[in-house]
Ligand binder design. Sequence first.
Ligand code: ARG
Length: 263
Amino acid sequence: MFFKLPRRATLTAAAVAAAASLATVLTGTAAQAAPQPIVGGTTTTSTAYPYVMQITDSSQNQFCGGTLVSPTKVVTAAHCMVGETTSSVRVVGGRTYRNGTNGTVARVSKIWIHPTYTSVTKGDDVAVLTLSTSMPYTALPYVSSSDTSLYAAGSTARILGWGTTSSGGSSSNQLRTATVPTVSDSSCSGSYGSRYIASDMVCAGYTQGGVDTCQGDSGGPLVIGGKLAGITSWGDGCAAAGAPGVYTRLTTFSSLVATQINS
Ligand code: ARG
């Protein structure tokens, strides 16, 4: 299990390329592609997914993701905000690349963390940021408490982020995306035992693994049926068989979150 991506974890494109060719040497074949950020994903842009926000430190180093749900409100993970203050974080929209300087940088005037959040395996992994200035990007609608059918096992869920290419790997410079099927509660309980709290979490991933969020993707969106339905939260390793990604089950928190968004 891993928590917030260490901010020093940025590697250069050259280092990433070197690692990829080393992987080719080690596996003895180039036919098997190196693991891709959002493991198994493809590159995309902030233009294609304008609601995806970088959560950065005050020097604009991305460490988590977030979702724009109104011009001044961003939903992210509670575990991303632990130890942060309104002056230590920024929200960056419209920036496809971690090393970009374009887009819109907003300061944060309020950080709401679920009041009973303690750790990712105890649930409540949700936070809402209030921006000091508006983001000129299209927001994503978020689920209401009655949208629970979206989580039906096998539903197609989209994941997005700048996270690592593999467990313990390096972050992606470019935004990436993939789709993964949601997993039933019984199956996810089978994977994680009592660490999976069905009321607060939902799992997504293939039985055989291969596609997943990873470190640095936390706080970012799980989109189902055109709505923000989950928040990237945790998992054992990344993209491993039998260990799907675990996402905050947003329907459980939608009224609490709505109060923050409408305040
Ligand atoms: N906790 C990680 C983060 O802070 C996200 C891990 C997601 N892991 C997974 N296997 N889906 O970025």
